[in-house]
Design a protein around this ligand. Structure first.
Ligand code: SF4
Length: 324
């Protein structure tokens, strides 16, 4: 499948079937921590970058298989880039709501919410997860490297308007990069920007997977806890932290099995693994958690020829090795 990947076992969403609206990276930001790599062009205007009908046909084919559908908790509309830049977003969310009673989540960088048509389309989703990494212009420019038509003040206004109109669950994600947007001034400015918003949850994150540029480093656990405490004290919203360092070790242990009734041939598994790695770098444990190939060692054996041929890269980030 070209547009559908997974289901992957997501910490936030459970068993999440990804629906990627693009076949290449299309974004109006160029974040230094991006897992999809560095954008060569910035696209600011919405357009039908890929045919909605082709995506809908893949969704229909997937949903026609009761066994596969049973292994999904949530449909997650995402993109190699920014999904709200696709003019067919509303059509695709509407179609999902029509043919399934499973929740639909949308991940967005939050930069297009000043547009009324985008807000209307997102209103169809059950969960929207926008990002806002900085409320100071200098930090926003350094971390998110926006295209010329993205204005931080408008981004915050759009997010605020959407938060007050939207009736579903709104989980705001903030990703901190060491030395770029984690100062006290940054955190204070974020609190001021978030205070007028209606949020169900704030999710703090840092650079846990290989970033677009090597100088994007993760913020230490202690600093993340301090930031979470500051948000707790100044905003009446639950704050989620990424997994604790101790959990990092358990992530490397054999994971809880992702229930699925599918039995894939090796070729099918390889094809789906490549689709998943196109969207984000994954560890052998991540891959085994999704495809149940008999353990991370088996995944490593399976992917070794692709690494040797150059079709896949293996890269260390911290103490962890990622395929991409
Ligand atoms: S992280 Fe998301 S918003 Fe940032 S450049 Fe990558 S795809 Fe775009």
């Amino acid at each position: 499948m070209k547009y559908i990947f997974g289901p992957v076992n997501s910490r936030r969403l459970g068993r999440s079937l990804g629906i990627d609206l693009f076949s290449d990276k299309i974004c109006n930001l160029n974040c230094i921590y991006c897992e999809v790599g560095t954008a060569t062009t910035s696209v600011g205007q919405r357009a039908f970058h890929t045919p909605p009908q082709a995506i809908i046909e893949e969704i229909n084919a997937f949903c026609a298989d009761a066994g596969r559908l049973d292994a999904v908790d949530v449909f997650t509309v995402t993109a190699q880039g920014e999904p709200t830049l696709h003019s067919g977003l509303g059509q695709i969310i509407g179609h999902l709501k029509l043919i399934t009673d499973k929740p639909v989540a949308v991940l967005t960088n939050g930069t297009t919410l000043m547009q009324a048509d985008v807000r209307l389309e997102l209103a169809l989703a059950d969960i929207v997860i926008p990002s806002l990494d900085a409320a100071l212009v200098e930090s926003f420019l350094k971390v998110d490297r926006p295209g010329a038509d993205v204005n931080l003040e408008e981004v915050i206004e759009g997010l605020t308007s959407f938060s007050l109109e939207y009736r579903g669950k709104l989980w705001l994600e903030i990703l901190f990069v060491q030395g770029f947007n984690d100062s006290f001034r940054d955190v204070e400015a974020l609190v001021s920007a978030l205070r007028p918003m209606r949020l169900d949850k704030i999710q703090l994150n840092t650079v846990v997977r290989p970033p677009a540029v090597p100088f994007a480093r993760p913020v230490g656990w202690g600093r993340l806890v301090e930031i979470a405490q500051y948000f707790h004290e100044h905003l009446a919203v639950p704050v989620d932290l990424p997994f604790e360092p101790a959990e990092e070790a358990s992530r490397m242990q054999p994971p809880e099995v992702l229930k699925t009734k599918r039995v894939l041939s090796l070729d099918e598994a390889l094809e789906e693994i490549l689709q998943m790695l196109k969207r984000r770098p994954c560890t052998a444990v991540d891959i085994d958690r999704t495809f149940q190939l008999g353990g991370p060692e088996k995944v490593e054996q399976l992917l070794e020829p692709l690494v040797n041929s150059g079709a896949l890269q293996r890269q260390n980030h911290g103490n962890t090795s990622y395929y991409q």
